[in-house]
Write a protein that binds this ligand. Structure first.
Ligand SMILES: NC(=O)c1ccc[n+]([C@@H]2O[C@H](COP(=O)([O-])OP(=O)(O)OC[C@H]3O[C@@H](n4cnc5c(N)ncnc54)[C@H](OP(=O)(O)O)[C@@H]3O)[C@@H](O)[C@H]2O)c1
Length: 275
């Protein structure tokens, strides 16, 4: 595929993150995940987003290592699960993730969810892992403004990334503004609304005008807002379709129409419910 870009964003860690990656939540253990990652790498993807709780770290690592793509050219993210939060537990969980991945470092390690009473201790562990260079960048996920403000008041290292659900239907403008102020790169998870709004008439109209699919419009909207976008698919045609979002642009008027779709739509868990 010629249209998949290797566009990157700079992280405050000093490393760079590919703006486009493959998500593997609900990508089944075994051949399905290995095939999806292999296909994505063949198509030019250079970024995979997994997590301990997805139960497919082994498959992600195996596919990367057997792909022929140099390790240094693939950006690998995994995440600390809620049951593993706390300082010592987080250090142990990180070791176990590395072991399952078969890697000696990850490019990004994230706290998956802002578990109350544990998240600050977990962050200290991530700071240690970062200092040891076993994660080349560290960050959080599902942290909204109150969680970030608390963390920023205690952290030695400002998170490099916040991964949140982000689509035209859920724009989290206050969180994005706070991230911009502190140089935190925003990653958009569930960027396809997990399918829930692919038939939206405004998205469909923009797609028709550009000769693109609704999925491509949702992904391109995130790219133009300078988010990292992480669509998941286990189907080769869709992995290719989702990657083909760097050869066109949504014009400002159509971007404004998409920006007008805010609806507070969460398709999974909602961190606004977490104190
Ligand atoms: N940090 C967090 O708490 C968190 C939460 C959720 C997700 N994530 C990350 O974000 C990634 C993506 O989010 P997600 O998996 O929730 O949802 P998503 O990427 O918005 O949507 C995935 C769904 O859309 C389908 N799909 C993919 N491409 C399509 C296309 N071109 N046309 C039509 N349907 C298409 C997929 O089906 P097929 O696979 O059958 O093609 C799957 O059912 C995850 O895999 C994970 O890495 C993180």
């Amino acid at each position: 595929m010629t249209t998949l870009s290797t566009a990157t964003l700079a992280l405050a860690s000093g490393t760079a993150i590919p703006q486009f990656g493959l998500g593997v939540w609900q990508s089944p253990q075994g051949a399905a995940t290995r095939d999806a990652v292999t296909a994505a790498l063949e198509l030019g993807y250079r970024h995979v987003d997994t997590a301990r709780v997805y139960r497919n770290e082994r498959d992600v690592g195996a596919a990367i290592l057997s792909s022929g793509v140099p390790r240094a050219d693939v950006f690998v993210t995994t995440k600390l699960w809620n049951d593993d939060q706390g300082y010592d537990q987080a250090l142990r969980a990180f070791d176990a993730s590395l072991e399952r991945l078969g890697l000696d470092y990850v490019d990004l390690y994230l706290i998956h969810w802002p578990v109350a009473g544990k998240r600050l201790e977990s962050w200290r562990a991530l700071e240690r892992i970062f200092a040891d260079r076993r994660a080349r960048a560290i960050g959080v996920s599902n942290f909204l403004v109150p969680h970030l403000e608390e963390l920023l008041a205690h952290a030695k290292v400002v998170p490099h990334v916040d991964q949140i659900e982000l689509t035209p239907f859920l724009q989290r403008r206050d969180t994005r503004a706070l991230c911009a102020k502190h140089g935190i790169v925003v990653e958009a998870y569930s960027p396809l609304t997990r399918g829930a709004r692919l038939a939206d008439p405004v998205v469909a109209k923009v797609a028709r005008a550009l000769g693109k699919t609704p999925a491509q419009i949702l992904l391109r909207w995130g790219i133009q807002h300078r988010h990292v976008v992480l669509p998941k698919s286990t189907h080769h045609e869709r992995i290719a379709e989702n990657g083909a979002v760097f050869d066109f642009e949504i014009d400002p008027a159509a971007m404004a129409r998409l920006d007008g779709l805010e609806a507070g739509l969460t398709t999974g868990w909602d961190p606004a419910t977490q104190a």
